[in-house]
Design a protein around this ligand. Structure first.
Ligand code: PLP
Length: 396
């Protein structure tokens, strides 16, 4: 089949591919795989939200809605941010989509032309680069370094800005590193955006999965609400990845464009899921709190275990639910080691290179899995690594 040329520029997310391969190994070879590859909470969606969705179906919310989202849902999102961040958005600045991904896709496709530049984090969520490449703009990586706790370095960012820079994408807490930008970081980034006149797309999908530190949203600096686009959603905080519900907060003119994009792509987010969103955001928040407490426990167990493995060294992430161990001292390349771990040890994680060139020398494991399974993976690694260090596989 002949695809359009632009398809060759579209990337993918290897977590889904590794999941399929791990499941095949389980099925065909009977290997018991520890699943640490996917960025999806393993908890059930809270009962009150499920009940709200069921009630909405029974009440007839099974039809198309306005492409922007239902008015009461946009109002609930506006109230949520007023409470959460002290920032008030007019509902006309809010677009509800099936997952926050669509916000990023729509805005990049709407805003950039060939020759424009979009700066994105490397390592970073692979869909950023994929969509920038697809749009025809130039994808400019900003490296996130371990010595800076995987926060972007502002002076390095400054050097990457040109007259063609249209958008900077930031993500805090970050996938895959768990790095969290400080108040000072986001204030300085915002000032740069004003000085050089570019937009900031802030991916805040993990903003409530945070440990030890205070969260700072760059949206809080954008008093006139003219420069910052927030993408967020229910997937991670409420364990609702499969429900597909996200939203964007942005200047009204941009919202009009995203609504037009949505009219062309999906028409609207699922109506009864939209209704359940009101319950998620304004109902009882005990379950999301419990999930974060459990994630913190798992993080601590995982970090302690990884730092006992020969050749591994892992900084403590302040947010999200991923660990990002440095494996440079093992002598293995990231992809080769991740393949070995999957095929020989039954540990499904991702090569750091799945998140960009700067991911070489790292692996990503998700701790959206039980403490028991995290120990299982640690024990397998502890046992196997000493022998593997002696005979590292050399790459070409
Ligand atoms: C950094 C980041 N942004 C966005 C998404 C997509 O979220 P959604 O389910 O809202 O489309 C993910 C999912 O893994 C993610 O890790």
């Amino acid at each position: 089949m002949k695809f359009a040329k632009r398809m060759s520029r579209l990337g993918t997310e290897s977590a889904f591919e590794i999941l399929a391969r791990a499941q095949r190994l389980e099925r065909e070879k009977g290997i018991e795989v520890v699943h640490l590859q996917i960025g999806e909470p393993d908890f059930d969606t809270p009962r009150n939200i499920r009940d709200a969705a069921i009630a909405a179906i029974n009440d007839g919310f099974t039809h198309y809605t306005a492409p922007a989202g239902m008015p009461d849902v946009r109002a609930a999102i506006s109230e949520y941010y007023a409470k959460l961040r002290g920032v008030t958005y007019d509902p006309d600045q809010i677009v509800v989509t099936p997952g926050s991904k669509e916000i990023m896709y729509s805005l990049i496709m709407m805003l950039v032309e060939d020759g424009d530049e979009v700066i994105y984090p490397d390592p970073g969520y692979p869909i950023y680069k994929s969509v920038i490449d697809y749009s025809g703009a130039k994808a400019v990586p900003i490296p996130l370094r371990e010595e800076n706790e995987f926060r972007l370095d502002i002076s390095e960012l400054e050097k990457l800005i040109t007259s063609k820079t249209r958008i900077l994408i930031i993500n805090s807490p970050q996938n895959p590193t768990g790095g969290v930008l400080t108040h000072d970081d986001v204030e300085r980034i915002y000032r740069l955006a004003c000085d050089h006149d570019f937009l900031i797309m802030t991916d805040e999908i993990y903003s409530r999965i945070i440990y030890d530190v205070e969260y700072a949203s760059i949206s809080q600096f954008d008093g006139k609400q003219e420069r910052v686009i927030v993408m967020d959603g229910l997937s991670k905080v409420y364990a609702m990845c499969g429900w597909r519900l996200g939203w964007g907060l942005m200047p009204k003119a941009l919202a009009q464009g995203v609504i037009r994009m949505q009219t062309n792509i999906t028409s609207c987010a699922t109506s009864f899921v939209q209704k359940a969103t009101i319950e998620a955001l304004s109902g009882d928040q005990t379950d999301p709190g419990k999930m974060v407490t459990e994630f913190r426990k798992r993080r601590d167990v995982f970090i302690e275990g990884l730092n006992q493995i020969e050749g591994f060294c892992c900084t403590k992430p302040h947010g999200a639910f991923y660990v990002w161990p440095n494996i440079k001292k093992t002598g293995w390349k990231s992809l080769e080691l991740s393949e070995y771990l999957l095929n020989e040890l039954g540990i499904a994680g991702l090569s750091g290179t799945a998140f960009g060139a700067e991911g070489e020398g790292y692996l990503r494991f998700s701790y959206a899995n039980s403490i028991e399974n995290i120990y299982k993976a640690i024990n397998r690694l502890k046992e196997a690594m000493p022998a593997l260090l002696k005979a590292p596989v050399k790459s070409n």
